[in-house]
Design a protein around this ligand. Structure first.
Ligand SMILES: C[S@@+](CC[C@H](N)C(=O)[O-])C[C@H]1O[C@@H](n2cnc3c(N)ncnc32)[C@H](O)[C@@H]1O
Length: 270
C-alpha cells in the first residue's frame, strides 16, 4: 500500500499521543468544520480514530467510512470507537487513500486531517477522495505547514532538530509543508475551493497557561519523532537534551512564545 514512512511510528504510545492531540487541537481544527448536511463521511487516514471520535460526538447522526493503511492503527481505532463500530455508525477498512474501496459519488463529505503529509502522492489521494464525493459535496483538508514553527527564545539545537526531522520526513516520501499546496491539489482533483485558511496556533504572554500547554504539546510531538530522526543519522542523540532544554527555557521565559500555522481548506465537488 502506498504511503511514506510514518515518522512517528505506530506504538501504543503514539496512539495515545494522537488521541490527546486531536482533543487538544480541536478548538483550532474543528472550529470551522460543519457537517450538518453530511450523512456519509469518508475519512482518509483515520489513524486510531481520534478525529472520528470528536466528529461523532459533535454530529451524532453522522456515519463515517474510515480508511487507513495501518492495521495496528485500525485495531486501536476499533477499540476507541467500539460502540460506534458495533452500531454500524463507523466502518473501518484497511485501504490506501490511493485506492478507495468505494463507488464513485458514493459519499456526501470527506475529511482528511494530518494525512497528506505522510503519503507519497498527495494528488492521487485527493483525486481519489474527490472521485468518491457526490457532486456538490464538501471536503475538509487540514494539513501541516511546518516551515511556520517559531519558538522564542529559540536556539540552534531546536532549529537543527526541526530541520532534520523535516528532512527525514521528506527523504521518506513525506511532505512537511503540504498545507501550502492544498488549493492546488483541490483544483487538480476537480474540487472548487470555498476557503483556504492558514490558522495561527499561538501561545504568548497574554495566556501563560495556554502557552505552556502548546509548548508541552509541541515538545511531545517532536519527542515522538526522535527515534526515527536519530536512526536516520540526521541528528545526534547526544544533542536531544539541548532541544528539550529550548522548550524548558521558553516555558520559563516571561516573554516566551510559540507560533505554528497549519492550513485548512474547504472545497466542494463540482
Ligand atoms: C498523523 S496520523 C493522523 C490520523 C488522524 N487523521 C488524526 O488526525 O488523528 C496519519 C495517518 O495516515 C495514515 N496513512 C498514511 N498513508 C496513508 C495512505 N496512503 N492511505 C491512508 N492512510 C494513510 C497513517 O497510517 C496514519 O494513521
Amino acid at each position: 500500500m502506498e504511503s511514506s514512512r510514518y515518522i512517528h511510528g505506530y506504538s501504543d504510545e503514539e496512539g495515545e499521543r494522537l488521541l490527546a492531540q486531536a482533543e487538544f487541537l480541536a478548538p483550532w481544527v474543528l472550529d470551522e468544520v460543519r457537517l450538518d448536511g453530511v450523512t456519509r463521511l469518508l475519512e482518509v487516514g483515520v489513524g486510531v480514530g481520534a478525529e472520528t471520535l470528536l466528529l461523532r460526538a459533535r454530529w451524532p447522526a453522522l456515519r463515517v467510512f474510515g480508511v487507513d493503511v495501518s492495521a495496528a492503527s485500525l485495531a486501536r481505532a476499533r477499540q476507541t470507537l467500539a460502540a460506534d463500530v458495533e452500531a454500524g455508525a463507523v466502518t473501518l477498512v484497511r485501504a490506501s487513500g490511493t485506492a478507495l474501496p468505494l463507488a464513485a459519488r458514493s459519499v456526501d463529505g470527506a475529511f482528511l486531517c494530518w494525512v497528506l503529509e505522510h503519503v507519497a502522492d498527495p494528488a492521487h489521494v485527493v483525486g481519489e477522495a474527490a472521485r468518491c464525493l457526490r457532486p456538490g459535496a464538501p471536503a475538509w483538508l487540514t494539513e501541516v505547514y511546518n516551515r511556520s514553527l517559531l519558538v522564542e527564545p529559540g536556539g540552534p539545537a531546536l532549529d537543527d532538530y526541526w530541520r532534520a526531522l523535516n528532512d527525514v520526513q521528506r527523504a521518506g516520501g513525506g511532505h512537511p509543508d503540504i498545507g501550502a499546496r492544498l488549493a492546488e491539489l483541490a483544483g487538480r482533483a476537480g474540487l472548487a475551493v470555498e476557503s483556504l485558511r492558514f490558522v495561527p496556533v499561538l501561545g504568548d504572554a497574554r495566556d501563560p497557561a495556554r502557552r505552556r500547554a502548546l509548548l508541552d504539546y509541541f515538545e511531545s510531538l517532536l519527542r515522538s519523532a526522535a527515534p526515527a530522526v536519530v536512526r536516520a543519522g540526521a541528528f545526534a542523540a547526544a544533542r536531544l537534551d539541548e532541544v528539550w532544554a529550548v522548550f524548558e527555557r521558553a516555558r520559563a521565559a516571561p516573554d516566551g512564545l510559540l507560533c505554528y500555522t497549519f492550513a485548512q481548506l474547504i472545497a466542494r465537488r463540482r
